[in-house]
Each structure stands twice: as C-alpha cells, then as structure tokens.
Ligand binder design. Structure first.
Ligand code: ADP
Length: 415
C-alpha cells in the first residue's frame, strides 16, 4: 500500500511515493521547468534501487508533467510499483483552504469548486495545486485523492488574533483575516515536540510551544495545548518574519508611500515585497542564508545587518507568543535554516534567559539531522531541533481520510 504525495507549484511538481505502513519513501522526485519555454524541463527521480536519475522532458503544463511522472512511477522496469493498484491514495498539498477547509478533505467536484474559489486569496499558489489535482483525476480516476491544506492547522486561532483592525466588512465580503501557512510543517513538528514534552511530564493540554519554520519562507506559530493560537503569516505568506525574498512585517503605509514615490503599480509593489525584499533586499547579495552568513562572517556589513534583523524579528515573536500563551515550555527550530544554522539559533536564543531559555552551545554546534533538545539540563525551556517532514504528514493525513472512508457507516438509531 503506497500513498503518492504531490506538491505542484507554479513551474514545478514535487512528489514522493510513501509506503503507508512503514512510512518509507519508495521514490521521490521533482519535475522542474514545467511550462517554462526558455529552459529544458527535466525530472529528477530518486529511488533506492537506481539512486538519482535525471530524465529530460518537455513539459508544457502540469498535466504533461504528471503524465511523465505517472509513467515513471508505474513502469514495471523502473521497479517502483509493479501494479498501479499499489497506489491506494493521492495526497495533494493545497496552499489555501480559507475558512471553508479546516481538515484534510476528500476531493470531489464540489471540493474542487471550493478550492478554485479560494484562488482569489492565493492567486499564485492554488491554481497550480488545482492543475496537479486535475491531472491526477484524469490519469488515476479510480484512486481516492485528498487535499491537505497549508492553512488548516491554524484554524483554531481565536478571532482576536486573526482579525485585522480594518473595516469589518472587508472580512465578511472579501475574507480579509489572518490564515497562516506552513501548517503541515508546524503540525508535524508539534506532534514530535509534544511527545518529547510528555517524557518530561508535560502533558498536551498544559503545553506551550513556539514552532519556527525557517526555510525560504519563514513562519512561526504559538501552539497552546496542541492547538495553534497565533501565527506570523497572515492573509498571505508575506506577513511576519524576514524571509529569503519577502519582507515580513511592515508599516502598511510604507506601501502607499512607495507607490507614490516610485509611481509604482500594484504589481510593482507586489514584486517588491515578494521578490526583492527579505535577506535579498537587506543584504543586496543573496536570498540564501548560507551566503548571508558567510558574507557576514567576512565583514560584509549589509549581510550582518540582514542576519541581525532576521534573528531579532524571530526573538521578538518568541516573546510575543510567550505572552500570548502565558508561558513557554519549548521553542522548536525546523526547515533549512532552523535545522542547519547554529548561528541563527544562537542569536535567536541570546537574551531570552529571562524567559528561562538556556542554549547548550556545544550541542547547538554539533547536533544535526534528528529530533534533539539543544538546551542545557538547567534550562526551563527546551530548545528543540526537529527536522520537518511535510510529505510524511500529508501521507498520514491522507491515510486518515481514507481510513474514514472504509470505516463502517455509523448506525442510525431511530428517535
Ligand atoms: P524551502 O522553503 O524552499 O523548502 P528550505 O527549508 O530548504 O527551503 O530552506 C532553505 C534555506 O535554508 C536557505 O536559506 C538555505 O540557505 C538555508 N540553509 C540550508 N542549509 C543551511 C546551513 N547549513 N546553514 C545556514 N542556512 C542553511
């Protein structure tokens, strides 16, 4: 029994085939340059038997990319699956579920229409997600498909944390509120953090965890009693932390000011805050934290500034979320930067001694690749490095929906 997990982005399609029982990754791959006329498209697939293999492939659209991927996965000579029936379900990452989809959901025509409607809130993300779903429906019509929403884990945030102080009608008419993203990642690391806390006698209901997902996109969540009570991304993934190329928090009137000064259009402003800001904009050098750290260490002043702003913003949110939850038991670091940058973790934790955070300098430098507490034994707050695994979480959520389908229907008792 295998689950196919798909993440279709604007010009790429990432996939993993996961064994439903052992959670072993049977095959994983990336179709890149989908619909990009100027660049040669290719599929990079990795399996245990063949290692990494690159296939050149022209792919005009997601349907074509999925057709190629499907052929690779089901070609008996490639040794991935012998029969299509081994794939029992497909789990799709869908970025925006709005207020409607707060659980992983079996895909039907009605759900597709609902996700399509949500494209207004995520015009860059939901349409390629939908393309991936439609391609799979065409190629594998008999296999149940599940949408797992990036916003869903944040659905428990209370209204006073998700409302913006704009005219109320914009919420009711246009859905303007905080939704939050990276939910699948925050959910996965929260599950592991809760297990680690339970070993120390802190039960789920009493737990107060701050999760920080620091990749190209960065976000944080305050998780109290296992439920999200606040998160840093908002209506869109631009709000909150400093990211690779996104600005994070701004005085909103800056956009008005810049529009006037630059005589900029809406799409110019959109490009500035999404593609030209963050580490890239501050350092003037790179959106990649490895480059920024390296340059900062060599004395490049703007890279040092970028690093300082990046870490300060996270520290500020840790304080805010400790206040929101009435205390703190653990800070979780995950994703590319969170899992691999001792420098960032050290700078974030520096000065948080008053909250009971005491990082073990040696562990912070040496530990990598597995879930571990980086705090000293005396530290009141755990500092947890937990590698994220969004695909595994999507596979689990997909299985949960499928299991519900095969469960016997509840007995209806006559009144
Ligand atoms: P994505 O959001 O695209 O999934 P990742 O989670 O892979 O991104 O994170 C990418 C980020 O992680 C980049 O900024 C990269 O520089 C950073 N990163 C990866 N390894 C290291 C490292 N050893 N030290 C510092 N940053 C790192």
């Amino acid at each position: 029994m295998k689950i196919l997990v798909l993440n279709s982005g604007s010009s790429s399609l990432k996939y993993q085939l996961i064994d439903a029982e052992t959670e072993e990754v049977v095959a994983k791959g990336l179709a890149e340059c989908v619909g990009v006329a100027q660049r040669q498209g290719r599929i990079i697939q990795e399996t245990k038997r063949d290692g990494k293999v690159v296939f050149d492939a022209e792919m005009d659209c997601h349907d074509e990319a999925m057709t190629r991927v499907f052929a690779l996965l089901t070609d008996p000579s490639k040794g991935v699956v012998q029969r299509v029936e081994e794939i029992v379900a497909i789990g799709h990452r869908v970025v925006h579920g709005g207020e409607k989809f707060v659980q992983p959901t079996l895909i039907t025509d009605e759900v597709l229409a609902g996700v399509e409607k949500m494209s207004q809130l995520a015009p860059l993300h939901n349409p390629p997600n939908l393309d991936g779903i439609r391609a799979c429906l065409r190629l594998m019509p008999g296999i149940p498909q599940v949408a797992v929403f990036d916003t869903a884990f944040h659905a428990t945030i209370p209204d006073y944390a998700y409302m913006y102080a704009l005219p109320y009608d914009y919420y009711t008419a246009f859905g303007v509120r905080r939704y939050g993203f990276h939910g699948t990642s925050h959910q996965y690391v929260t599950g592991i953090a809760l297990e680690m806390l339970a070993k120390d006698g802190i039960e789920r209901e009493a737990s107060r965890i701050v999760t920080t997902h620091l990749g190209n996109g960065c976000s944080m969540a305050a998780v109290k009693g296992g439920r999200v009570v606040d998160t840093s991304m908002g209506l869109t993934p631009v709000e909150g932390l400093v990211m690779g190329t996104r600005s994070g928090d701004l005085d909103p009137a800056i956009l008005v000011y810049l529009a006037r000064r630059l005589e900029a259009s809406v799409s110019d402003i959109d490009r500035i805050i999404n593609k030209e800001s963050g580490l890239q904009g501050l350092s003037g050098l790179s959106s990649d934290m490895r480059d920024v750290e390296e340059a900062a260490a060599k004395g490049h002043a703007r890279s040092e500034l970028a690093l300082a702003v990046f870490c300060y913003r996270i520290r500020k949110y840790v304080g805010a979320y400790a206040a929101a939850m009435g205390g703190l038991d653990a800070i979780v670091f995950t994703a590319g930067i969170g899992e691999n940058s001792p420098v960032v973790r050290e700078r974030v934790c520096r000065g948080l001694g008053f909250l009971g955070v005491e990082l073990d300098a040696k562990k912070n430098e040496t530990e990598r690749g597995h879930a571990v507490n980086l705090a000293t034994p005396a530290s009141r707050v755990r500092v947890l490095l937990i590698p994220t695994n969004e695909e595994r979480m999507i596979a689990r959520e997909t299985m949960r929906v499928i299991a519900g389908l095969s469960a016997p229907a509840p007995r209806v008792t006559e009144p």
